[in-house]
Design a protein around this ligand. Structure first.
Ligand SMILES: Cc1ncc(COP(=O)(O)O)c(C=O)c1O
Length: 458
């Protein structure tokens, strides 16, 4: 593809993207593709000869698009959102055009300094104390792994990095039974051992009970967005000298609202904190904001300096390759900067507040319908519910009914919901957080859910 073809195809693709967003509600939200359907249409070998872009793009529309689940649809209510926005898409496009590999300050000073500036702004926007400094990682899973590794190194006096594990290095990690699976993964990879991860009991609202001991507090659990009591947990961690990591992967975005900052009451006890702008802050995947208090411990854990990476800067600069696992790094701060400036803090607040209000509206309307039960508190924009077709019916039958209801709703193509288990109960999750979701989409979802459940129970 030469420059003039690039311009032609590039314009066409931007138009295509604009049309896609204009027409997104016409697509089935969850792909109707069956296993093997896409791959059966793809050749076993790459073409020997160059192909025309028109043909490649035609296949994208014909083969790939039917296998896409439309995460940006305003009726996407599954899992947690992974929302994006036009400024973010443009930032990502520019970042891929520049193709900068941002491992060191010297390999792109603007990337390093923009990341530093944007992370400082972000910390202020969500009300983190000034003692935290931030870095962009790819995912919350990676950020949590960085926290586990830093804690391991700090508490072993950096001996495991140099000597490996000895018989005396036995650690224990703590989190609630509702914490995300990325905690278990981090504990396994960091060599702490899955069997040394103690799951702390939860209260009736699925938040961790502070009477036991732990190291990862969840602000917004994946199942029901329960909020662990950070201050109480922090006090215990302080007393026993435990590294406290806060996983606010989804809920962290809500901290743009001053009235939601009660969730991080006690954050001054935390050693590290993660949230994902790529979930609910209109910044497309991937962009995970990881904040630490002890920057030196982070860098001491990851720093490595072979001859070929030595550079000659005299003043202190951030070489972000030393702030995490990967050496090569994408220029992620650009899209986040575009988002923060294009929306402004007030713009971010307005949409997040709307999502939270829509979730409260959804819960109120659904709970007023016969047979529907709201299954957990819903402080944010996720509502867990189920339908009980009739009184006296067994637990297994209620679960099976709701699994069937979920399947029927999702295969309608009108909306996409997901599920979890709270205690023994199968519950359906309605997560409101797409950039374009408005009240009419939530009303349409309510209508579909109520009608489908009632018709299935006849
Ligand atoms: C509470 C929580 N923590 C961590 C994660 C993992 O996020 P990521 O996909 O960025 O690794 C999730 C994902 O949904 C989550 O809900």
């Amino acid at each position: 593809m030469n420059i003039s073809e690039f311009k032609k195809n590039g314009h066409m693709i931007i138009d295509w993207i604009a049309d896609y967003f204009e027409n997104i509600e016409k697509y089935p939200v969850k792909s109707k593709s069956s296993p093997g359907e896409v791959i059966s249409k793809l050749p076993a070998c790459a073409p020997d000869r160059a192909e025309k872009f028109e043909k490649i793009f035609g296949d994208f529309e014909k083969i790939i698009m039917p296998g896409i689940t439309h995460w940006q649809s305003p009726s996407f209510f599954a899992y947690f959102p992974a929302n994006n926005s036009f400024p973010s898409i443009l930032g990502e496009l520019l970042s891929s055009a520049l193709g900068a590999q941002c491992m060191s300050w010297a390999t792109s000073p603007a990337a390093a300094e923009l990341e530093e500036a944007v992370m400082k702004q972000l910390a202020k926007i969500i009300g983190l104390p000034e003692s935290f400094c931030g870095v962009i990682e790819d995912t919350a899973s990676t950020s949590t792994l960085c926290a586990a590794l830093s804690a391991r190194e700090k508490y072993s006096d950096y001996s495991i990095n140099s000597e490996g594990f000895g018989p005396e290095n036995k650690f224990t990690a703590y989190c609630s039974g509702q914490a995300h699976s990325s905690i278990e993964k981090a504990v396994k990879i960091a060599g702490i051992g899955k069997n040394r991860l103690r799951l702390i009991g939860c209260d009736k609202n699925y938040a961790m009970m502070p009477s036991e001991i732990f190291a990862v507090a969840a602000i917004g659990t994946t199942g029901s967005t329960a909020i662990d009591p950070l201050r109480a947990i922090g006090r215990i961690c302080k007393k026993y000298g435990i590294w406290l990591h806060v996983d606010a992967a989804y809920a962290g975005s809500a901290l743009v609202l001053p009235e939601m900052r009660y969730m991080i009451n006690g954050v001054e006890y935390a050693d590290s904190f993660v949230f994902n702008p790529h979930k609910w802050l209109f910044t497309n995947f991937d962009c995970s904001a990881y904040f630490v208090k002890d920057k030196a411990a982070l860098i001491k854990t990851f720093e490595i300096l072979p001859e070929y990476l030595k550079t000659s800067e005299k003043s202190a600069v951030n070489n972000y390759r030393d702030w995490g696992i990967q050496l090569g790094r994408r220029f992620r701060s650009l899209k986040l900067w575009f988002v923060l400036r294009s929306f402004g803090v007030s713009g971010l607040r307005k949409i997040i507040k709307k999502h939270i209000e829509l979730a409260q509206y959804f819960a109120e309307k659904l709970s007023a319908e016969n047979g529907f039960e709201i299954m957990a508190p819903h402080p944010l924009s996720v509502v867990c519910f189920r339908f009980k077709p009739r009184a006296g019916i067994s637990q297994e039958k209620i679960d099976a009914f709701n699994a069937g209801l979920l399947e029927k709703l999702n295969s309608s193509g009108k909306l996409y919901l997901s599920h979890t288990k709270l205690g023994k109960d199968f519950v359906i999750r309605m997560a409101i957080g797409q950039t374009g979701t408005e009240k009419k989409h939530v009303k349409a979802a309510l209508d579909t859910i109520i009608k489908t459940a009632k018709s299935m129970s006849k």
